[in-house]
Design a protein around this ligand. Structure first.
Ligand code: ADP
Ligand code: F6P
Length: 319
């Protein structure tokens, strides 16, 4: 193998740059050439790639977003788009491709594998909804962003003695809500993975007020539904002053945490090693501190599980 390619796809995640840096530097260390493909599968279909040297990844380890940019590419869902992508890879002389993204991006990688392209996936999404890895790149930074936001909302919530309903990202996953809710001391955490009873939550709110609580924070994962609707229902049921905050894309920005940079560096290097060893059609992940490679087929058949222990703990501690 002489040349590998690297691209970022789907929603960006802090730490993707650290992963790109690791792929480029590890590959060059082993005498390989690297082509950086811009704008994910859209750029692959357009043949938008260029060589990456050591200096091209200087000064990016601390930057959020992705210097290769990213895209959601409807054209790549069609076989004509995939065929064009394969022929561009051949033209660029790319013999192995590292794809940094989430579940959708790995399905794209599996389609390329079927067409004979050697691919390795690196989990990069704030949602942490990928099985066979304890964390995906960007999750830790997003959780810290949300925890910081909870701290700030808490200040004003206490001053005004209000209920705050905060909506966080995660698509169909409640992982961000659970981790940030536990770290931020939220009174209730609503996630799609576990059922909840709004009447019970409102009773807790009343009990809290009776005990002299000055505020309550309710964290809602977007997969549960709109925080605006939930906030309205809580206001009606409790007759307490309620405000809703939707954190949106600020969760996805900012400098990656040290954890995300280390995760990205390890997984980026591991992806290059896999391609060098002729091992492909897999996703690299970190489980209990160890790097492991899991075939895409297995990744697709398993759902990421949510820790009932953490969920119960968050409920107990917010009593
Ligand atoms: P993520 O990778 O973060 O889950 P998306 O679900 O938006 O983000 O997927 C990123 C891109 O991967 C899509 O825009 C599409 O080009 C490609 N993709 C998604 N699903 C498939 C699929 N089933 N087959 C081929 N390509 C796919
Ligand atoms: O997958 C990452 C994510 O931020 C989800 O949490 C969210 O639902 C989605 O992407 C938002 O997508 P977009 O940036 O396209 O609005």
């Amino acid at each position: 193998m002489r040349r590998i390619g690297v691209l970022t796809s789907g929603g960006d995640a802090p730490g993707m740059n650290a992963a790109i840096r690791a792929v480029v530097r590890k590959a060059i260390y082993h005498g390989l050439e690297v082509t950086g493909i811009r704008r994910g599968y859209s750029g692959l279909i357009a043949g938008d790639g260029s060589p990456m040297e050591l200096g091209s990844v200087a000064d990016i380890i601390q930057r959020g977003g992705t210097v290769l940019r990213t895209a959601r590419s409807p054209e790549f869902l069609e076989s004509t788009g995939q065929q064009q992508a394969v022929s561009n890879l051949h033209e660029m002389g790319v013999e192995g491709l590292v794809i940094i993204g989430g579940d959708g991006s790995f399905r794209g990688a599996a389609a390329l594998e079927e067409a004979g392209v050697h691919t390795v996936g690196i989990p990069g999404t704030i949602d942490n909804d990928i099985p066979f890895t304890d964390a995906s790149i960007g999750f830790d930074t997003a959780v810290n962003n949300v925890t910081d936001a909870i701290n700030k909302v808490r200040d004003t919530a206490t001053s005004h003695e209000r209920i705050y309903v905060i909506e966080v990202m995660g698509r169909t996953s409640g992982q961000i809500a659970l981790a940030a809710g536990l770290a931020g001391g939220a009174e209730s955490i609503l996630v799609p993975e576990f059922p909840f009873d709004l009447d019970e939550i409102c009773e807790r709110l009343h009990r809290g007020v009776k005990r002299g609580k000055l505020h309550s924070i309710i964290l809602v994962a977007e997969g549960v539904g709109s925080a605006l609707t939930i906030g309205e229902e809580i206001k009606e049921k409790t007759a307490m002053e309620t405000r809703v905050t939707i954190l949106g894309h600020l969760q996805r920005g900012g400098t990656p945490t040290a954890f995300d940079r280390m995760l990205a560096s390890r997984l980026g290097a591991a992806a290059v090693d896999l391609l060098r060893e002729g091992c492909h059609g897999r996703m690299v992940g970190l489980r209990a501190g160890e790097v492991l490679a899991t075939p895409f087929d297995e990744v697709f058949t398993k759902e990421k599980t949510m820790s009932a222990e953490l969920y119960n703990l968050a409920t107990i501690l917010a009593i």
